[in-house]
Write a protein that binds this ligand. Structure first.
Ligand SMILES: NC(=O)c1ccc[n+]([C@@H]2O[C@H](COP(=O)([O-])OP(=O)(O)OC[C@H]3O[C@@H](n4cnc5c(N)ncnc54)[C@H](O)[C@@H]3O)[C@@H](O)[C@H]2O)c1
Length: 258
């Protein structure tokens, strides 16, 4: 029983930035063969990790396009022989200027977010499942605490990420007989380039942190730690679970004492 991924094939989407990159690094460190999947791979991560003796390869495709997802999973399975872990981590959301109430929310952003954040999980899962025939195989989907409890002014993200949670539970039910586990990580606010910009002024950051019992943002590596655990031999009886990794944000407490 351990967190060793030697000879395991791990596919990670949205894998060259923020949380995905941290996942790539940690799975590669744990011995996995990693498919680094990105909309348009720059290839630097592959180069760096290959030079360090890790077995990784980049695959560029758009998760929102069914045909591209099908072709990519086929290529990955041909390259590495099979797929043991699929991590649907690619996602988009509106930036600070586009955060608007539903009657003003952009139709284009609504469509784009649903296509990438929800359809992307369906497309990649459907395409990967035929290659997931080994022992302790699993799908892990990155939702958000916004998929559990909506935040204002980001209705598309809230809807797509809630959809990811129920899609994951539906898949957990259907795929258990095939031996495929399906779980969800729901990050709170994680310090990456975009969120750092969003909370850059002290007042905004103070307001944000007042809602978080642990009073800090999470690190991408803290999401990757949870991903390793849920995909590992330590989690063989866990399926259909939603794990918030949020410093206690969704405990339901209020920002002030009464
Ligand atoms: N950072 C946070 O605070 C936070 C909070 C909750 C949920 N999340 C979720 O975590 C996941 C990772 O996000 P992140 O914070 O690392 O942000 P990020 O922007 O660094 O990562 C998202 C990645 O998805 C890729 N991507 C976007 N559209 C794509 C497409 N059509 N096809 C393939 N790849 C595509 C991007 O290129 C990017 O590398 C996302 O699903 C996001 O919604 C993040």
């Amino acid at each position: 029983m351990n967190m060793d991924f030697t000879n395991k094939v791990v596919v990670i989407t949205g894998a060259e930035g923020g949380i995905g990159e941290a996942m790539v690094r940690q799975f590669a460190e744990a011995g996995a063969k990693v498919a680094i999947c990105e909309l348009k791979c720059k290839g630097e991560l592959e180069k760096e990790l290959t030079a360090a003796g890790k077995e990784v390869k980049s695959f560029s495709f758009d998760v929102s396009k069914k045909a591209e997802a099908l072709e990519a999973m086929k290529q990955i399975a041909e390259t590495f022989g099979r797929i043991d872990v699929l991590i649907n981590n690619a996602g988009i959301n509106v930036g600070p200027d586009e955060r608007k109430t539903v009657e003003h929310f952009s139709d284009a952003w609504w469509d784009a977010i649903l296509r990438v954040d929800l359809d992307g999980v369906f497309n990649c899962s459907k395409a990967a499942i035929p290659y997931m025939t080994g022992e302790n195989v699993s799908i892990l989907n990155t939702s958000s605490i916004t998929g559990m409890v909506p935040l204002r002014n980001q209705c598309a993200f809230a809807s797509a990420k809630a959809g990811v949670i129920n899609l994951s539970k539906a898949m957990a039910l259907e795929l258990a007989p095939k031996g495929i586990r399906v779980n969800v990580i729901a990050p709170g606010t994680i310090g990456i380039e975009v969120t750092n910009k969003l909370w850059q002024d002290n007042k905004a950051m103070e307001g944000l942190l007042s809602h978080i019992p642990m009073a800090r943002q999470g690190k991408p590596s803290e999401i990757a730690n949870a991903a390793l655990f849920l995909s590992s031999e330590m989690a063989t009886y866990i399926t259909g679970a939603v794990l918030p990794v949020d410093g206690g944000w969704t405990c339901g407490g209020f920002a002030r004492n009464f």
